[in-house]
Write a protein that binds this ligand. Structure first.
Ligand code: UD1
Length: 553
């Protein structure tokens, strides 16, 4: 079965959780969008300099959940603590009794870049099995916490999660994993997942070989965390191979877990049991020596999606930019497309240096040695070539880069076909790009049956491919647009920077003042996952300004 087909089969087998999860996320996210103001993005003639890349939001959300699996203090560094999603996850941890200290918490907002330190201590005696429904409703990743809570408390009562509205987002694969680890699981009519370990001792048991129907990132995180605390061994086959899973495993291993193969499609976990169980847990790494996991200090990997977004900014504006730090091999699919589009990418020397994942007594070499700077040199404005692509689980083109790469194609010369195989309705940026002068139509799966669908909404186009006719040297046009999910908001900001300033706007400097800025609303989505994007863009010469009142459309 192809990845696309297996993705569809995973979705079609979605339990009733799918609709409740996606509808709740949709309403919460749209309400939030209006409170975020808008970004006034002026056409950008050129950019220059070095963009600092934050710790990866998606890694940090899993690491925070992973800290719930640990009985001792976990120190997480390079945490983008201004992000709304990170703050929401911290609320989830606090709501189950974990002590969470955030360095500089008051000083940071999503609009100011930070590199925070978060210390989590989830003592067994404080752990509660029911996180706050309000906290859980804010983000889908809150469900990552279910695995460690179930393993340590023997039960968990977890509302179905919220998050960006980008398609059906069921949790059936997470629940399959919990069942395989010896839990009974039901979803109540009120949308709450109730799970408890079947065994009388309240402990999970190793699942043996567990084959996932689709390599879900979240379900892989969940099973890795729960299986680490089970009694016995688990091998996950068809696991997600995303770098964020490798990062979580590095952190858990530094705390005493025994996980091998993370970052590949087969992950083997030797369960260490829970603290006080007397089962295994001989205290490798930061383990307690009494079963269970201890603690560690760990630096999150750099955010490959933030870095990829900045590469597309540089490409669309036609300017050389350097990013640092990045782990180049995490970005291969994105950089390969940019090279096909006519850009050159140069990887610099190592940055950082010391080992980035340390238990208090042991150090564990992690990804630091792979941290580099990366410089992109694009062709001059109008010189990009259109590139077809299909999103897929890692190491394929990330779905989280799809809207930004659509903007790359919108700025290019030629026609591109974009296929989305991970989140079927992730097309909310399309009507907004049309407002900016881009001709794009949905085409049927065979790629050649164009559909006249100027007014069609994103859901109606689930499962279709997008055909984009690039504007090339003509450039994009300014418009008032709204991002309806995290990556769509970022993509529209990139598009705003790439608007071509009109010739002769009155003052002769070609800066497009007469035309005015593109106004991008939906910043509450942006602030979930990009820390200080506007400040970072200003830092390399862009004229972007956050304003409080959303424009009327
Ligand atoms: C994570 C990322 C998100 C990214 C996505 C895919 C975090 C916090 N978020 O989301 O940014 O876009 O990976 O790379 O890390 N599915 C099921 N049943 C399940 C779980 C998933 O059918 O139980 C389906 C989903 O509907 C979707 C596909 O699997 O079509 C991928 O989802 P998944 O990999 O689980 O994404 P998330 O972990 O939610």
């Amino acid at each position: 079965m192809t990845r696309a087909a297996s993705s569809r089969s995973a979705r079609s087998s979605a339990s009733s959780s799918s609709s409740s999860s996606s509808s709740s996320s949709s309403s919460s996210s749209h309400g939030a969008a209006d409170s975020g103001g808008y970004l006034a993005v002026s056409p950008c003639a050129s950019l220059r300099g070095v963009v600092p890349i934050a710790g990866a939001k998606n890694a940090v959300l899993a690491l925070l959940a992973g800290a719930l699996a640990c009985g001792d203090e976990v120190v997480l560094r390079d945490v983008p603590i201004g992000l709304a999603d990170v703050r929401a996850m911290i609320d989830v941890l606090r709501s189950v009794g974990a002590r969470v200290d955030v360095g500089g918490e008051d000083a940071n907002t999503a609009n100011t870049p930070s590199s925070g330190v978060v210390v989590v201590h989830a003592r067994a005696e404080d752990l509660r099995a029911s996180p706050s429904a309000d906290a859980v409703a804010k983000l889908r990743a809150s469900f990552f916490a279910a695995g460690p809570i179930l393993a340590r408390a023997g039960r968990v009562s977890m509302p179905l999660p919220g998050g960006c509205a980008i398609g059906a987002r069921p949790v059936d694969l997470h629940l399959d994993g919990f069942r395989a680890l010896g839990a009974v699981v039901e979803v109540t009519s009120r949308g709450v997942v109730e799970a408890r370990a079947i065994a009388r001792d309240g402990k999970l048991r190793g699942a043996g070989t567990h084959v996932m129907r689709f390599p879900s990132v979240g379900a892989t995180h969940a099973i890795v965390m729960a299986a680490s605390l089970a009694v016995g061994d688990t091998t996950i086959v068809n696991a997600a191979a995303e770098p964020e899973i490798e990062d979580l495993a590095a952190m858990l291993n530094a705390s005493g877990a025994k996980i091998r193969g993370a970052g590949t499609s087969v992950i083997t976990i030797e369960g260490v049991g829970v603290a006080g169980s007397g089962e295994k847990g001989d205290g490798g790494g930061g383990g307690t020596g009494r079963g269970g996991l201890g603690g560690c200090a760990h630096d999150a990997i750099p955010d490959r999606i933030e870095a990829g977004t900045m590469l597309v900014v540089a490409a669309c504006v036609g300017s050389t930019l350097t990013l640092s730090p990045v782990i180049p091999e995490h970005m291969t699919a994105t950089t390969a497309l940019l090279i096909d589009a006519g850009c050159s990418i140069d990887v610099g020397d190592e940055v950082g240096g010391e080992s980035k994942s340390k238990s208090k007594s042991n150090s564990n070499s992690n990804s630091t040695s792979r941290r580099r700077s990366m410089t992109i040199t694009p062709p001059p404005r109008g010189g990009l070539r259109a590139v077809d692509f299909t999103t897929a689980p890692y190491p394929g083109v990330p779905t989280d880069m799809q809207p930004q790469l659509c903007v790359l194609n919108a700025c290019a010369e030629g026609v591109a076909i974009v296929r989305e195989t991970v989140f079927e309705s992730r097309w909310s940026h399309v009507p907004e790009l049309r407002r900016m002068g881009v001709e794009c139509d949905f085409v049927d799966a065979d790629g050649d049956d164009a559909v006249a669908n100027a007014n069609a909404n994103a859901n109606a186009n689930a499962g279709r491919s997008l055909r984009i006719v690039g504007v090339g040297a003509r450039g994009l046009r300014r418009a008032d647009v709204r991002g309806s999910d995290l990556r769509a908001s970022a993509a529209l900001i990139v598009a705003g920077l790439a608007v071509m300033a009109p010739m002769g706007d009155g003052d002769g400097d070609g800066d497009g003042e007469a035309q005015g800025p593109t106004r991008v609303a939906g910043l509450a989505h942006l602030d979930r996952g990009y820390e200080g994007l506007d400040a970072k863009l200003r830092g390399v010469g862009a004229d972007v300004e956050r304003r409080p009142v959303p424009p009327r459309k």
